[in-house]
Design a protein around this ligand. Structure first.
Ligand SMILES: *[C@@H]1O[C@H](CO)[C@@H](O)[C@H](O)[C@H]1NC(C)=O
Ligand SMILES: *[C@@H]1O[C@H](CO)[C@@H](O)[C@H](O)[C@H]1NC(C)=O
Ligand SMILES: *[C@@H]1O[C@H](CO)[C@@H](O)[C@H](O)[C@H]1NC(C)=O
Length: 390
């Protein structure tokens, strides 16, 4: 009995033991299957995200910026990229005088060491707004796009900044602040002049395969961005180094003699600031989120030949051609034609038809004085005019 019992118990004990082992295996199998499914899901999700970028380019967030929480109204960040001072500060001063200080912030990238204070600018809005980490910029070289990135990076620190407007020292506003604010805030898209560059051979084969030729774009440097696109540019660690290395200005013809001409022919005359943002956003598959036009009006002097300049030069507006009628004509423009793409860009903000341009360049001081006296940026402010005659 005791033997039988023992075998019984042994048998009885064996059965649950087998069950336990089987259950263990089942658990292991279930666990591994679910791990596989989870991993597959993650892979799929990841490829979903990165398939929106080219295989070589993945936008990455280096710094997690607080982008969702901010008190008060959304702001426009005005980013001035200047050589030294702001010659048209009296006009911009009047422009900002007619704005609510809660609605904007100013950032300036000027030569390292240059300070904006009461000895260097007529408008208090610019005091202390120079970036502390500014760099020496060589016009037409990649230091220019580095400076743009520094401006965007500084402006991104404040989560209230929702639109980012890049301006030069010869840019003027064509409207008052409230008009520009509503126009920009209404648009969920960035304004980036961007088109397929078929005429000029600025693309350098050495950029391949990181930058493929199909993604190469050209356009005006003067852009207005929404926050997510500003982040893409600041976080880019892939495309910028390629530009630094392979997008360079050719030596100007007058500086080269004899032998240099052959070398010059091999060089692509590449102007980084006319390609970088456009090409980066095209590579990140973000062109669908753009109004593909600039907000800054420029007239090109077509009579300047290729020999004497490396292309056309913008015409400078002087007092004489900055009158009411001239400005009216710019404001009446409601579409832009892109020859290389046979594309007509009808100007819109959030699907509403609008005039194309909010800003213009290049304006002399005299031309800016005229805008001010005609009340373009707000009620005519004689004190701002008086300040200019100092
Ligand atoms: C700003 O300009 C717009 C359009 O030019 C005008 O309708 C509006 O009254 C102006 N606003 C202010 C505050 O001056
Ligand atoms: C954009 O347009 C839509 C439809 O007309 C409107 O509902 C929305 O409020 C507009 N957005 C802004 C930011 O003005
Ligand atoms: C256009 O360029 C030509 C040649 O450089 C120059 O002589 C002319 O003054 C320029 N015109 C304007 C309006 O700037």
């Amino acid at each position: 009995m005791s033997i039988a019992r023992r075998t019984m118990t042994k048998k009885a004990a064996l059965v649950p033991a087998r069950h336990v082992i089987w259950f263990g295996w089942k658990l292991v199998i279930i666990l591994s299957v679910s791990l596989c499914v989870f991993a597959l899901c993650r892979l799929h999700f990841k490829s979903d995200v990165s398939s929106s970028a080219s295989s070589f380019y993945r936008p990455r967030s280096r710094i997690s910026r607080r982008s969702f929480q901010f008190a008060g109204p959304p702001k426009i960040a005005f980013l001035f990229l200047v050589r030294k001072d702001l010659p048209l500060d009296f006009l911009w001063g009047s422009f900002f005088e007619n704005a609510d200080v809660e609605n904007f912030l100013i950032f300036i990238h000027s030569a390292p060491g240059f300070e904006f204070d009461k000895t260097t600018t007529r408008s208090h809005f610019f005091y202390g707004r120079q970036l502390k980490n500014s760099i020496q910029v060589v016009w037409g070289e990649s230091s220019m796009i580095e400076a743009e990135r520094l401006l965007l990076s500084a402006a991104l620190e404040d989560p209230a900044n929702q639109r980012f407007v890049l301006l030069s020292d010869s840019c003027v506003p064509l409207y008052n602040f409230s008009y520009i604010y509503s126009y920009l805030m209404a648009s969920p898209r960035s304004f980036v002049d961007s088109f397929v560059d078929t005429k000029e051979e600025r693309y350098n084969q050495k950029m391949s395969p990181i930058i493929r030729k199909q993604k190469w774009r050209k356009g005006s440097q003067w852009i207005t961005l929404v926050r997510s696109h500003a982040k893409v540019i600041v976080d880019d660690e892939v495309i910028f180094p390629v530009f630094q290395k392979h997008c360079k200005r050719a030596i100007p013809p007058d500086a080269s003699k004899g032998k240099l001409n052959a070398k010059q022919k091999e060089q692509n005359n590449c102007i980084p600031d006319e390609h970088y943002v456009q090409t980066l956003l095209s590579m990140a598959e973000l062109e669908g989120e753009l109004e593909r036009r600039t907000l800054t009006y420029t007239v090109w002097n077509q009579s300047a030949t290729k020999m004497e300049s490396k292309g056309w030069h913008p015409i400078t507006f002087a007092y004489a051609n900055a009158g009411r009628q001239n400005i009216r004509e710019i404001k009446d423009i409601n579409h832009v034609y892109y020859e290389s793409e046979y594309r007509t860009e009808w100007c819109r903000t959030n699907s509403t038809s609008v005039s194309c341009f909010l800003f213009a360049r290049k304006f002399s001081r005299g031309a800016a004085v005229r805008l001010l006296s005609e009340g373009v940026v707000g009620p005519f402010d004689a004190s701002a005019l008086l300040a200019t005659s100092n």
